[in-house]
Design a protein around this ligand. Structure first.
Ligand SMILES: *Cc1c(COP(=O)(O)O)cnc(C)c1O
Length: 323
């Protein structure tokens, strides 16, 4: 068996990121609520993708890549952070983004320009077509002697998921230092890699902590997450099996991926006003809205709950928040 420390990794995060109690929210809801601040990870405006990119870009470098392709929605945090990390490593980033939702050069699109990333828009909602375009562009560069590396949407591969196995090793180490044992760990699920890593990291470093993922789109995560967990176990040469009930998944799509509703605005405001922390309208704000409703409904049986802040600040400046 291997551990995450046996894999090539480029340190990109400025870590460990803080893990602290949410004092006012804890008082309000009668539980000990903690937050892992991966929004403060030290690259771009922060976010979970940096942990995945530590492993993915190490692989890219090991393969001699000089240009990195990735994809996502127009306001993809993952694409922006890929560009930010590639710049630091002297690699070129090409972002092949879905055009839907482009509203001028706001949010992450502005940041992509500042980072000097090449951005190509495609008029499709299907990732199959996006990947074909990515490979067409990559092959043209190969003919010019370049070496491309391709990262799928969200960086959600087994290698990317290792980022959150490492991230949870960090978080649970901090919990020990604080003298808390988490009964629940809650994360956002967008393409599944973070959830797979959080689940395996919890299994290794805090068995007994129950993982809840809040999905913000309607992909079949009951299949995607266990599959990614299985692939990550295989990478780690861990013969253990994936148990279906290891991760609970709750869906909070609202009116659609990337579309925030009034309850999401209220949750973002609550976190801002009580704790001075900004959540984003596409991922963490929506997940937090569902998290608060589950708290009110008495979903959580344990007292100590960890919420992973996975970043996304750029979206606040590009996505409308209804009152
Ligand atoms: C991508 C993203 C997520 C979801 O992570 P996945 O690994 O894609 O499931 C959550 N929060 C933010 C801010 C993100 O950018």
């Amino acid at each position: 068996m291997k551990t995450v420390h046996d894999f090539p990794r480029i340190p990109l995060a400025v870590g460990p990121t803080p893990l602290h109690k949410l004092e006012n929210l804890s008082r309000k809801y009668g539980k000990n609520l903690y937050i892992k601040r991966d929004d403060l990870i030290g690259v771009g405006l922060g976010g979970n993708k940096v942990r995945k990119l530590e492993f993915l870009l190490a692989d890219a470098r090991a393969r001699g890549a000089d240009v990195v392709f990735t994809t996502g929605g127009a306001q993809s945090n993952h694409a922006m952070l890929t560009a930010a990390c590639c710049g630091r490593l002297g690699m070129e980033a090409v972002l092949v983004l879905k055009r839907r939702g482009v509203t001028g050069e706001k949010g992450n699109l502005l940041l992509n320009r500042l980072l000097g990333a090449k951005v190509r828009f495609v008029d499709t909602d299907r990732y199959g077509e996006v990947y074909r375009e990515m490979h067409r562009l990559g092959e043209a560069l190969e003919r010019q002697g370049r070496t491309p590396y391709y990262i799928p949407v969200g960086g959600s591969t087994a290698l990317g998921a290792l980022g959150y196995v490492a991230g949870m090793e960090e978080a649970y180490g901090q919990a020990v230092a604080l003298g808390v044992r988490f009964d629940h760990a809650v994360c956002v699920c967008g393409s599944g890699g973070t959830t797979a890593g959080v689940a395996l990291g919890s299994r290794y470093f805090s068995p007994g902590t129950r993982v809840l993922a809040i999905a913000v789109d309607d992909s079949p995560f009951e299949e995607i997450v266990p599959r990614l967990m299985g692939e990550t176990l295989a990478l780690l040469e861990d013969p253990a099996l994936v148990r279906g009930e290891e991760v609970a998944i709750q869906y909070h799509m609202g009116a659609g991926y990337g579309v925030a509703g009034p309850e999401d605005t209220a949750a973002i405001e609550e976190m801002a006003r009580l704790e001075g922390i900004f959540l984003d309208p596409v991922y963490t704000g929506k997940a937090f809205a569902r998290f608060l409703s589950l708290l009110r409904e008495g979903y959580f049986t344990g007292e100590n709950i960890l919420f992973l802040h996975s970043g996304g600040a750029g979206g606040l400046f590009a996505v409308d928040l209804p009152a």
